[in-house]
Design a protein around this ligand. Structure first.
Ligand code: URA
Length: 241
């Protein structure tokens, strides 16, 4: 027997709508369980039940979760109208078997950890900046970053009139020969090109950028372009953040 859970949670898991919007559908009497209209929000159901929304049967899709080590040179999108390479091209049969999509975004010229799933509920949780999900980056920048500048990055940098949230910033190493610094940053939001723009704002150019970790998931053990399924405990952890 499949796990019993609140109807709105089950609906959200199956990609009908968010939990809140599913609650509204229930209250409006648009949802049936085993042939009966259900209007109570406390109702429990499982994937074994026959559930319909506006007369359409719920598509019971198994949830899948992967971490992809995105190489540079790929767009983080499901489809590109100009026919450019996207991260979906790296997912092999998983991309056709399941309607997966990326959680958040990495720039075309950024590599690193990218979560891929068909779980819309988990995606909304993880991209909601109020949840302070940690993203760890390694940035190779031109020049020699000073400790004062590290302090500035940590406190927050104004981008488009809004200060970035406090970040953890560490100088990993300085390369004297090429005059570049390797900087490790842990940020908890995901503004467009945030890391690059934070450095630009203090006069540095990011030469190379890699996301080494998204929340509790890293690219460890993967080569660029490879992916692996997440372990059940990793999915559980992501849901608990
Ligand atoms: N910050 C950036 O500038 N680019 C990314 O891809 C991710 C974070």
């Amino acid at each position: 027997m499949k796990e019993q859970m609140r109807l709105q949670k089950l609906m959200a898991m199956c990609g009908v709508a968010s939990r809140r919007a599913s609650e509204k559908l229930i209250l409006e009497g648009r949802v049936t369980v085993n042939g009966k209209i259900v209007r109570e929000l406390g109702t429990k159901a499982s994937l074994d039940d026959e559930i319909t929304v506006d007369g359409n049967a719920l598509v019971k899709e198994e949830k899948v979760y992967f971490v992809l080590y995105k190489p540079t040179g790929y767009l983080t999108t499901v489809k590109d109208d100009l026919g450019r390479r996207t991260v979906m091209d790296l997912m092999g049969s998983e991309a056709t078997k399941n309607r997966i999509f990326p959680i958040g975004r990495l720039d075309y010229d950024t590599s690193g950890a990218l979560l891929m799933t068909n779980d819309g509920e988990l995606m909304s949780r993880l991209i909601n900046s109020a949840n302070n999900i940690e993203k760890e980056y390694l940035a190779r920048i031109n020049g020699h970053l000073t400790l004062e500048e590290v302090a500035k990055l940590k406190k927050g940098i104004e981008l488009d009139g809004v200060k970035t949230k406090p970040a953890q910033v560490f100088i990993d190493s300085y390369d004297k020969r090429y005059n570049t610094t390797l900087v490790r940053l842990i940020i908890t939001e995901g503004k467009n090109r945030q890391v690059r723009r934070m450095f630009e704002a203090i006069g540095y150019e990011v030469k190379k950028l890699r996301r080494v970790r998204f929340a509790c998931v890293s690219t460890e053990g993967l080569q660029k372009g490879e992916f692996r399924p997440l372990k059940p405990h990793e999915v559980k952890k992501l849901y608990s953040l």
